[in-house]
Design a protein around this ligand. Structure first.
Ligand SMILES: *[C@@H]1O[C@H](CO)[C@@H](O)[C@H](O)[C@H]1NC(C)=O
Ligand SMILES: *[C@@H]1O[C@H](CO)[C@@H](O)[C@H](O)[C@H]1NC(C)=O
Ligand SMILES: *[C@@H]1O[C@H](CO)[C@@H](O)[C@H](O)[C@H]1NC(C)=O
Length: 492
């Protein structure tokens, strides 16, 4: 009897606590949040009015918390700033960064050294809350928690300085409503990679184990269903956030497709390819066959990772030998596998590839070139005839662009970025070839080898001309065209 009483009391107590929690959450949501929003909105409007009176420059804030990372995303940031500085003189440019250990001088030196980009003076605003966007802070619900963290970080940025134009170059979509509705800014976005993509949803659907899908979840249908709901809700909210941007730029067709399917604002979405560093390659003289020596070189530049699919290239070589049916010709053919080999795992994979080479009796026709210096890499691209790329569904394929710039005839997998963005296969304007399996790769290679020098030259020239759309100049032009409305609005 007593036990039973206790039990009921306990349930009542738990019920009460839950009720209090839920009520306070609802109160927070419907009362405190709107009040806070209205308060901050007013506050920032006042601030803006105050500083508008004694200001003659347009303030542009670039949100890039990892601006000193030295990758491809950072090249976009610095090239964008350079483009704006070239075109507009009445601007004040500010970069929000979380790289507390690097002072402005050090960052700008880094930019000069790595990208060879020289900037007029810019300012940096250092953010101390960057740890809130780091994935290892959150073992569960990483996506949502990171996005909330980015709002928190964005709020720190907004409080430190309220720009006229806010441009996010790292894809933190959850900061857009903050800057747009509270800060009253024009908001631009440059997205390299959607935070959530339909590919991730597919993995959960098919219950595949992957980096975003834990084994326990993949095995359990109920957890999988819960996760799908979570992802769908997240995608919905991500879409609302993304649509707050006034102008959206994406780095490739792949990203464009995903952003269009989640943000659903194609009319203000523009594809602006990032600047690739191909000037030096495009300036190389194209060698004639006689200058390349007696060998016909097929070059692959790819890290030794499974998705790069080196075994496919080796099997294609095996097929090629059968197709050519000419030993003296075959003896002149070399497959050059260039890649970096950094740790034991890489070494093991290279060893596997060497074993496969022996297994297919190709060791006389395959060379491995590991960790070669840049000059030697350029030399290899220059004396090569054909370039190989075998990765399936690569989002872009910068190595293909570089090969085309250097004068290789590229053969790439018929999927992803290579098909959508890079290689044109219409016979009259052909810039390369797309293949599906080892046999097709081999047939295409044989076909290229048997072409006349003139035919090859036509393709090489077309390919080189076509990659200019990935150049720094082209990026500048497209970026300025997309962001032009901001400056038109700000001047009035
Ligand atoms: C776009 O960004 C993603 C993520 O960084 C990258 O994988 C892809 O290669 C980029 N595309 C281009 C065209 O550089
Ligand atoms: C084999 O290829 C060589 C060129 O390397 C060529 O001179 C020769 O005529 C070819 N032989 C046959 C049977 O096609
Ligand atoms: C190459 O692309 C095709 C078409 O997308 C795909 O079916 C095939 O599996 C890919 N091949 C390899 C070796 O990845």
């Amino acid at each position: 009897m007593l036990n039973c009483h206790c039990f009921i009391d306990m349930i009542v107590a738990i019920g009460k606590i839950l009720l209090i929690w839920i009520t306070s959450a609802i109160i927070a949501l419907v009362v405190i949040l709107p009040i806070a929003l209205i308060y901050w909105r007013r506050e920032f409007a006042k601030r803006r009015e105050k500083c508008d009176k004694n200001k003659n420059k347009i303030v542009i804030g670039f949100f890039h918390p990892y601006c000193n990372a030295g990758g491809g995303g950072e090249r976009v940031l610095w090239s964008a700033i350079q483009a704006i500085q070239k075109k507009y003189s009445n601007v004040r440019i500010v970069v929000y960064t979380g790289d507390l250990e690097a002072d402005p001088e050090a960052i700008l030196n880094h930019v000069r050294r790595i990208y060879n980009i020289e900037l007029n003076p810019i300012e940096f605003i250092y953010l101390h809350k960057r740890k809130w966007v780091e994935a290892d802070m959150y073992p569960r619900f990483t996506l949502l928690a990171q996005s909330m963290g980015s709002m928190w970080l964005g709020f720190e940025a907004l409080q430190a300085l309220q720009p006229d134009i806010f441009i996010d170059t790292m894809g933190y979509a959850f900061t857009y409503p903050l800057f747009k509705y509270i800060g009253g800014c024009e908001v631009g976005s440059y997205t390299h990679y959607p935070t959530i993509s339909t590919d991730m949803l597919k993995h959960v659907y098919r219950r595949i184990i992957s980096h975003n899908n834990h084994r326990i979840i993949a095995r359990n249908p109920f957890l999988s269903a819960a996760k799908i709901t979570y992802y769908k809700l997240f995608a919905l909210v991500y879409g609302w956030m993304g649509r707050c941007a006034d102008i959206v730029m994406v780095n490739s067709s792949w990203t464009e497709d995903h952003i269009n399917s989640i943000w659903k604002c194609p009319l203000k979405t523009f594809r602006v390819y990032p600047p690739c560093d191909i000037e030096r390659l495009v300036d190389l003289p194209l060698l004639h066959d006689e200058d390349k020596g007696d060998l016909i070189r097929i070059v692959s530049v790819a890290q030794f990772r499974p998705e790069k699919n080196h075994p496919l290239m080796l099997r294609a070589m095996f097929e090629l030998r059968e197709i050519l049916k000419n030993e003296s010709l075959w003896n002149r053919i070399r497959l050059i596998l260039i890649g970096s080999c950094r740790h034991d795992e890489d070494k093991r994979r290279v060893k596997d590839m060497e074993d496969l080479t022996k297994h297919l009796s190709l060791e006389k026709n395959v060379e491995f070139k590991l960790n070669i210096p840049y000059n030697e890499l350029i030399r290899e691209l220059q004396i090569g005839t054909i370039g190989l790329h075998a990765m399936w569904n690569e989002h872009f394929g910068i190595s293909i662009v570089e090969g085309m710039a250097a004068g290789l005839i590229m053969v790439a997998n018929n999927s992803g970025g290579p098909r959508a963005d890079i290689i044109e296969t219409q016979p009259t304007s052909r810039t390369g070839f797309l293949a599906t399996d080892d046999r097709e790769y081999a047939e295409i290679i044989a076909n290229i080898i048997h072409m006349s020098a003139d035919q090859r030259s036509t393709i090489k020239h077309a390919a080189r001309a076509s990659v200019s759309r990935f150049s720094g100049e082209q990026f500048e032009e497209e970026f300025l065209r997309a962001t032009e409305p901001f400056f038109r609005n700000a001047k009035q």
